[in-house]
Design a binder for this molecule. Structure first.
Ligand SMILES: Cc1cc2nc3c(=O)[nH]c(=O)nc-3n(C[C@H](O)[C@H](O)[C@H](O)COP(=O)(O)O)c2cc1C
Length: 177
């Protein structure tokens, strides 16, 4: 089985640390793993042409087709985004919007997904952000196997939080199980 992590943080901080630990857990159960940092990819915004409603593919020429292929090939996804204004980051939102060719058909249905979201302010703020994040798998009828939101501000905080790292590892085990 293959587990693919997609990181929506522009920095090497909490989101990436959480995702890597989830992947460690999946790997411990025999999964092949890969992490994509959206900041490193040339991904343009959806321009709303709606061509994908008919073609079920996107006409924009950038690095997104490689990511579509990896998403389709993966048995499980782990999506990570920092909480920005009680929502996902613009990087993650750009990825989600570009998944529009896939939302109406069966290609994503039932695919396992886990969500992680650090936020600097409060549990309440993270809950709001997580609710927004969950809309993507809900609309695509994916199978959410777990989610972790945690109050973290400093970019090194996640990796030194043993309890959180254990939770992330266990989520990865569950994702690959
Ligand atoms: C533009 C921006 C908006 C943010 N908005 C929120 C917010 O609404 N709620 C919250 O809890 N944290 C907010 N934060 C804090 C980040 O979510 C927090 O620092 C998080 O740990 C960053 O994750 P990262 O290290 O993976 O980038 C915001 C940070 C930035 C830069």
């Amino acid at each position: 089985m293959k587990a693919l992590a997609i990181c929506g943080s522009p920095r090497k901080g909490n989101t990436e640390a959480m995702l890597k630990r989830v992947l460690d857990g999946a790997k411990s159960k025999g999964a092949g793993i890969e992490l994509i940092r959206l900041i490193d990819k040339n991904i343009l915004e959806c321009d709303g042409c709606s061509g994908c409603e008919g073609t079920k593919s996107c006409r924009i020429s950038d690095e997104m087709p490689q990511i579509y292929a990896k998403v389709m090939d993966a048995d499980a996804l782990v999506l990570g985004s920092p909480n920005y204004f009680n929502n996902v980051s613009s990087l993650m939102k750009k990825f989600i919007d570009r998944m529009n060719p896939y939302w109406q058909d069966k290609r994503l249905q039932g695919k396992k997904v886990a969500l992680v979201m650090p936020g600097g302010y409060s549990k309440e703020s993270i809950e709001k952000g997580m609710r927004a994040f969950e809309e993507f798998p809900r609309i695509c009828k994916m199978q959410v196997v777990g989610k972790i939101g945690e109050v973290l501000e400093n970019p090194n905080e996640a990796r030194s939080n043993e309890k959180l790292m254990k939770q992330c590892f266990e989520l990865g085990e569950k994702l690959a199980g």
